[in-house]
Ligand binder design. Structure first.
Ligand code: PBG
Length: 322
């Protein structure tokens, strides 16, 4: 029967009452903002499937980084389009590539802003896969040697956090070892530990020109039907030295975020990916949803599920709203 003494609505009576009892609060300090850098100068071109996100040359990326830092956002993640692609993706560890130059220029201009380097080869290989091919198969152990070079080159440029997104087995141990051998024992590893083979990366692959030229990534990224496997990946990466664990994508995988959070004591990050962003933007531009409300609700849900860190293209807008 209705117990008239216990009335949950009492605690919802006003905005201040709700604020007083709120379990989850979003903060600008939760965010990492992704930036796409391209070769050239004075370039600022909007990415068609990601409204209000831009391809920026290094000079413009530095200007944006200053604004991001001034808004209080603690970190950026740098992705890049190289000047050339080849079989092994060698531009990925070239100190003159846009990513390495952007890292060092941003570090010089805004030293306190944390820089995350995305370590992967798909933007750099002619075939668009995340590693070195042996026939049509991505050779795991040969790829590890290349990922080590990418990680060290980004640390040399000034990256504070290395984020491997390739999904090769053993990459965290390999990268930790390479970083330590090169005197980067304080560089943090944020592992894309739980990265699903997902349709939600579509707009990013247009933006980064990184779609595989044949097949798909299902031989290395995870099957969206699996959740126990996520815990296995997380345990492996922590045992290999990962400092921060990431789950990607975010919204369709909040059950995974919640399970991972319950299992570990490392910080948990989520990647609110390009397809999630594009869906919200498209609906908002059509006037079909209230963008601010939907974005704040979605990001709050990620945090409620257990995320400490949210990598999101909405970060600039949200920093202005909060
Ligand atoms: C590189 C990488 C991808 C994303 C981040 N790093 C794409 C992929 O795995 O195909 C996706 C980010 C996004 O969709 O916003 N491997």
């Amino acid at each position: 029967m209705f117990n008239k003494i216990i009335r949950p609505r009492r605690l919802r009576i006003s905005e201040n009452m709700r604020a007083l009892v709120r379990e989850t609060n979003l903060s600008v300090k939760d965010f990492v903002y992704p930036i796409f850098v391209v070769p050239g100068k004075n370039i600022r071109e909007e990415i068609p499937s990601m409204p209000n996100c831009y391809h920026l040359s290094v000079d413009n990326a530095v200007e944006l980084a200053k604004k991001i830092s001034a808004l209080g956002i603690p970190a950026v993640e740098i992705f890049g389009l190289p000047e050339y692609k080849d079989e092994t993706g060698s531009a990925a560890w070239n100190m003159n590539s846009p990513v390495q130059r952007a890292i060092s220029e941003i570090k010089k201009a805004v030293p306190e802003l944390l820089i995350v380097g995305d370590v992967c080869l798909c933007q750099y290989t002619s075939h668009g896969h995340c590693g070195k091919l042996c026939g049509n198969y991505v050779d795991n152990d040969e790829t590890l040697k290349l990922l080590q070079k990418v990680a060290v080159s980004q640390a040399e440029a000034g990256a504070d956090i290395i984020a491997p997104s390739d999904m090769m087995d053993g990459r965290i141990a390999a990268i930790r070892e390479a970083l330590d051998e090169n005197n980067f024992s304080n560089v943090v590893i944020m592992s894309y530990a739980v990265k699903y083979a997902s349709g939600f990366y579509g707009p990013f692959r247009d933006a980064a020109n990184s779609a595989p030229q044949f097949g798909d990534r299902k031989q290395y990224q995870m099957d969206c039907a699996n959740s126990r496997e996520a815990l296995k990946e997380v345990a492996l990466d922590i045992s290999e030295g990962a400092d921060i664990i990431m789950v990607k994508p975010a919204l369709a995988y909040l059950d995974i975020v919640s399970k991972v959070r319950a299992e570990i004591n490392n910080p948990v990050a989520v990647y609110n990916v390009s397809g999630e962003y594009a869906m919200v933007k498209a609906a908002a531009l059509n006037g079909w949803i209230d963008e601010k409300r939907i974005v704040l609700e979605s990001l709050t849900a990620m945090k409620r599920a257990g995320a400490d860190i949210i990598i999101t293209y909405h970060a600039l807008d949200v920093a202005n709203w909060l």
